[in-house]
Ligand binder design. Sequence first.
Ligand SMILES: Nc1ncnc2c1ncn2[C@@H]1O[C@H](COP(=O)(O)OP(=O)(O)OP(=O)(O)O)[C@@H](O)[C@H]1O
Length: 320
Amino acid sequence: MTPPALQTQDLSKSFGPVQAAWDVSLSVARGETLALLGPSGCGKSTVLRCVAGLEKPDSGRVYIGGQDVTQWPPEARNVGLVFQDYALFPHLNVLGNVAYGPRMRGKPRAQAEARAREALALARVGELERRLPAQLSGGQQQRVALARALATDSPLLLLDEPLSNLDERLRAELRADLRELFAQVASGVLLVTHDQREALALAGRVAVMRAGRLVQQGTAAEVFERPATAWVAQFLGWANILPQGGGSALLVPEGAVTLGVGEDCPVLARQPIELGETVTVQHPLGPLTLHLSVRELSLAGEHLALEVNPNRVQTVPDDR
Ligand SMILES: Nc1ncnc2c1ncn2[C@@H]1O[C@H](COP(=O)(O)OP(=O)(O)OP(=O)(O)O)[C@@H](O)[C@H]1O
C-alpha cells in the first residue's frame, strides 16, 4: 500500500504560555485535498509550519510519503509551499522563480525551465514569465507562487490561506482554478483556511480546529451536514442552534423545515437579504431563523406555517 502523502502524529507546539497545537493527528492521502479549517489564532498555521519544517514541534512526529521527517530541515522535506510570508524572490523573474525549485533539485537549466513553463501554464500565467514579481498584481503573484510549488513535483503541497489577499472576484476565479488544478495533480494537498466556503469548495476532507485541537474530521459533506458539536455548527454558520440545557443543543437544518404546512408560528423578526428575507419565527423547539425566497415570502405574514422533520434534527453537545 502507498503511504499517505502526509501523516502527523500527536503534534504539539507551544509558544511560551500559548499552546498553539495539541496532539494534532491528521493524514492526507495522495491525490487528496484536506482543508484545515478554524478561526483566527486556533493554530492552523502552526501545524502547517511544523509540517514544512519551519517550526519545530515540542512533541509528535511528521511523516511525509511514509518517511519520518520530524528532524529534517525544510529544504530536505520535498514539499511545495504557498505561504503568505514565503514571498517570491524579488530579483528573479517569474520563470527564474518557478525554475528555482527544480534547479535546486539538480535539474539542468533547460529541463528546469521546461518544467517551470508547464507549471506556469497550469496556473494560467504562462505569458508573464519575463516579469519581475514587483510587476505583478496580487492575484498574479499568488498564481506564480502556486506554479512555483507545482514545479517542485512534490508529493505534498502546503497552502496557507492562498486566496486571502485577493478581492472577491479574483478569489472566486482562483478558487475555481485551484479546484481544477488539485484534481489534476497527484500530490496530497493540505490547505489552511478560516473560510468555510473555501474549504467546502476546494477540499474533499475537512479537519476543524479549535484552540489548538482538532475537534472534527471527515468528508466535507459529513462535517458541513453533521457538525459534531454546537461550536462546530456555529463556526460553520448554522443559523439554528437551540440550547437544551444539560449541556446539549439541537441543530435544525433549514432542509428539515417544510413551509406552508403544520404549526402556525408567530413571526418575530424579518430582515431583507439579496433575493428574499431572513425570517425568525417562534417555534415550540425555540426561535428558528429561515431564509425565504421572494416566492416563499407570500407565505409569511404575522405567522408562518411550518413543519420540522424530527428525523433531520440533531442533538449535539453544546460546547460553546
Ligand atoms: N512565533 C510565535 N510566537 C509566539 N506566539 C505564536 C507564534 N506563532 C503563533 N503564535 C500563537 O499561537 C497561536 C496559534 O497561531 P497560528 O498562527 O498557528 O493560528 P492560525 O489559526 O493560523 O491563525 P490565523 O488564521 O490568524 O493565521 C496564536 O495564539 C498565536 O498568537
